[in-house]
Design a protein around this ligand. Structure first.
Ligand code: NAP
Length: 282
């Protein structure tokens, strides 16, 4: 019987570790606060916002949601970025994606202050992950994967890790974080040849492709740890991951489910970043 790695205990432990730090900040008259910038009502963005609100509320962090219409232009969103950049009561900023097509995303990311970039979208934040220098924070989901593995006591040093997905918010930064922990990482993508056998050779398999049911029996072996980062909607409208859970879960040592897996931890990491930003900002 495989072990199920739920995200809830991991998220709870992260939030518990923030209690004293938040109390100390309040003692200095500083109330940690997150601003969320969203355009329109895209379901994925709404779901992330709900989860962020819940997590911050549980941690005792204030949140201001700023919502623009889906028709908003770059200048309108830049004005909001400037406002939150300059607002001393706001310590962290989360720009929800997707942004509408007419918005110049790179301009938005460039304008955001890196020391308020609590989800690792700015270049200085990514430099911090990739080069070890810079300001800002790593992407929350990539850090959530590490937090899951650490919480469940999975050794990383010397382990072979396969990651499916090379995006800048999950796969690529995660590969750097795992390298820094002395894992041997193979970063896979849509052009990777013979994906199942590469994945089957790993001790730890992390699926972040956004492709429902991609990982099946051919990708796994009995000693393996699986983290499922993917979030898709199945044909019957339920949330599901990249792993064909029913078929694969009996065949591996441990597996994280979707929902109630990595996603739960992502917003606890977000809360931690807001607290760290509040501690660092004058
Ligand atoms: P993305 O930017 O679309 O990147 C997907 C990556 O997966 C790409 O590198 C792509 O390869 C690769 N890929 C797609 N289909 C593949 C296939 N059949 N075989 C091999 N590789 C494949 O997506 P993302 O933003 O990284 O998100 C990935 C998934 O994680 C989504 O389901 C998203 O909803 C989920 N997510 C979850 C959380 C959370 O907290 N749980 C947070 C963020 C994202 P190419 O580069 O070759 O195109």
């Amino acid at each position: 019987m495989s072990e199920i790695y739920y995200g809830t205990p991991v998220a709870r432990a992260i939030r518990a570790s923030l209690e004293e730090r938040i109390a100390a900040l309040r003692g200095e008259g500083r109330e940690p606060k997150l601003a969320i910038l969203r355009c329109g009502d895209e379901p994925g963005a709404l779901s992330y916002e709900r989860s962020a609100l819940r997590s911050c509320e549980q941690a005792g962090i204030r949140v201001e949601s700023i919502v623009l219409p889906w028709t908003a232009g770059t200048a309108e969103l830049l004005r909001q970025v400037d406002r939150v950049n300059g607002d001393q009561s706001i310590h962290g900023v989360l720009v929800l994606r997707p942004l509408p097509r007419q918005i110049d995303t790179q301009q938005i990311f460039r304008r955001l202050r890196a020391d308020k970039d609590v989800d690792g979208i700015t270049v200085p934040s990514l430099a911090r992950v990739f080069v070890g220098r810079g300001s800002g924070f790593g992407p929350c989901t990539a850090e959530a994967c590490l937090a899951m593995l650490d919480h469940y006591g999975v050794p990383l040093s010397g382990s072979r890790v396969a990651i499916i997905g090379r995006s800048l918010i999950v796969g690529r930064p995660l590969s750097m974080m795992l390298c820094a922990r002395d894992a041997t990482v193979t970063l896979c993508h849509s052009k990777t040849r013979d994906l199942p056998s590469i994945c089957r050779e790993s001790d730890i398999l992390i699926a972040a492709a956004g492709c429902a049911g991609l990982v099946d029996e051919r990708f796994v072996h009995p000693g393996q740890i699986l983290l499922d980062v993917g979030v898709s909607e199945s044909f019957d409208g339920k949330l599901c991951g990249d792993v064909a859970f029913e078929a694969v879960s009996p065949l591996v040592r441990a597996i994280s489910p979707v929902p109630r897996g990595v996603g739960t931890v992502t917003t606890a990491i977000l809360a931690r970043h807001v607290v760290e930003a509040a501690e660092e900002l004058p």
